[in-house]
Design a protein around this ligand. Structure first.
Ligand SMILES: NC(=O)C1=CN([C@@H]2O[C@H](COP(=O)(O)OP(=O)(O)OC[C@H]3O[C@@H](n4cnc5c(N)ncnc54)[C@H](O)[C@@H]3O)[C@@H](O)[C@H]2O)C=CC1
Ligand SMILES: CC(=O)C(=O)O
Length: 319
């Protein structure tokens, strides 16, 4: 009998790293978590706090602080190190590129020397461009490096739709696609509520669904992160749950479809760019990208978003 011991490395023991850890241990998704942070005392403290919590959680998980040597036999590595956009300066996620890349250079080198060969899930913003940068720097197999990206924005979009139509988010399937950031777009043509296309509901119930302000709903979904940042200075529970959802799809070999950011190789007419699109996830990582039948306007918006990320990826390579 081969006993399973799933090991996750989390680089960055801040708000995201700690909440990712709590989501993972409370859902019993791994047997070991190792925190790496330049602030070693913080890494130790977060690990100890989380390990104490496991006493009262259903599944055992060893949580400790470590270093890149611990990544050698890791199965999955989460990158969550970097600054948040400074709202007082009106920064977007993309505006943090320069500062984040300086950190990511060190993180990527740590991953390289560790010999880590598992799946990399990048969260550091600007998420899509940074994921591409790590993949490029490490010559990493693209199917094994991804970002949660608009998995989180799609949850926020589903909340915004839910509030407008009075149906629970879980009964709504809706994707924000492209960038985890300002240029993201909504694939309205693919939205279904209880299995019915939104376009059909608009025709059948013009007084309710037909009266929806789709632009305002899309904006509300996109603004979700900003509302949370403004209110409490960090976003953590939503991203922690999104990370756990992606990890479950991978470790469970689920063939689950989530809107993660992956290297596009011709899908939607885009090549050589990390962007969020509905993708099939299993133990190998991202094994397929689903091409939705987007309208011409939606496709134009998607291309615009991809161009933003291509331009910033080129910029990242000069930093
Ligand atoms: N993709 C997404 O949906 C989300 C992305 N983020 C991004 O995640 C990143 C982390 O955000 P928070 O956890 O809120 O920040 P935080 O400031 O709470 O934590 C960041 C941690 O990274 C550590 N760190 C800095 N440089 C490091 C290095 N070279 N090596 C190892 N650790 C290092 C810091 O010591 C700190 O503990 C940011 O880039 C943020 O923009 C945050 C929320 C959601
Ligand atoms: C901070 C961030 O990227 C988010 O919560 O969406």
């Amino acid at each position: 009998m081969e006993l399973q011991r799933r090991k996750i490395i989390i680089v960055g023991a801040g708000h995201v790293g700690s909440h990712a850890g709590y989501s993972l241990i409370s859902q019993g998704l791994c047997e070991e978590i190792v925190y790496i942070d330049i602030d070693k005392e913080k890494a130790k403290a977060q690990a100890m706090d989380l390990f104490d919590a496991t006493v009262y959680l259903p599944r055992r998980c060893l949580v400790r602080a470590g270093n890149y040597e611990d990544a050698k036999d890791g199965d999955l590595l989460i990158v969550a190190a970097g600054p948040l956009p400074d709202m007082s300066k009106g920064q977007t996620r993309m505006d943090t590129l320069r500062e984040t890349i300086a950190i990511i250079k060190e993180v990527a080198e740590g991953i390289r020397i560790s010999g880590f060969q598992g799946i990399i899930l990048n969260i550091s913003n600007p998420a899509d461009v940074v994921t591409h940068y790590i993949q490029h720097t490490l010559f990493y197999p693209a199917e094994k490096i991804l970002s949660t990206s608009t998995t989180l924005d799609s949850a926020r979009l589903r909340r915004a739709i839910s509030e407008a139509v009075g149906v629970d988010q879980k009964s709504i399937l809706a994707y924000a696609l492209g960038e985890h950031g300002e240029s993201q777009m909504v694939a309205w043509s693919a939205v279904t509520i209880g299995g019915k296309p939104l376009s059909q509901l608009i025709q059948e119930q013009p007084d309710t669904y037909g009266a929806l302000d789709l632009k305002a709903i899309a904006e509300e979904g996109k603004a979700g992160g900003w509302h949370i940042l403004a209110g409490k200075g960090s976003t953590e529970f939503g991203i922690g749950a999104s990370i756990a959802e992606v990890v479950r799809a991978i470790f469970g070999d689920e063939n689950r479809i989530l809107p993660v950011s992956t290297l596009l190789t011709g899908q939607y007419g885009e090549t050589g760019v990390y962007a969020s699109a509905p993708s099939l996830l299993n133990r190998h990582g991202v094994v397929d990208v689903i091409e939705l039948n987007l309208t011409k306007e939606e496709l134009d918006e998607f291309h615009k978003s991809c161009q933003t990320m291509k331009d910033n990826f080129d910029l990242a390579l000069t930093l």
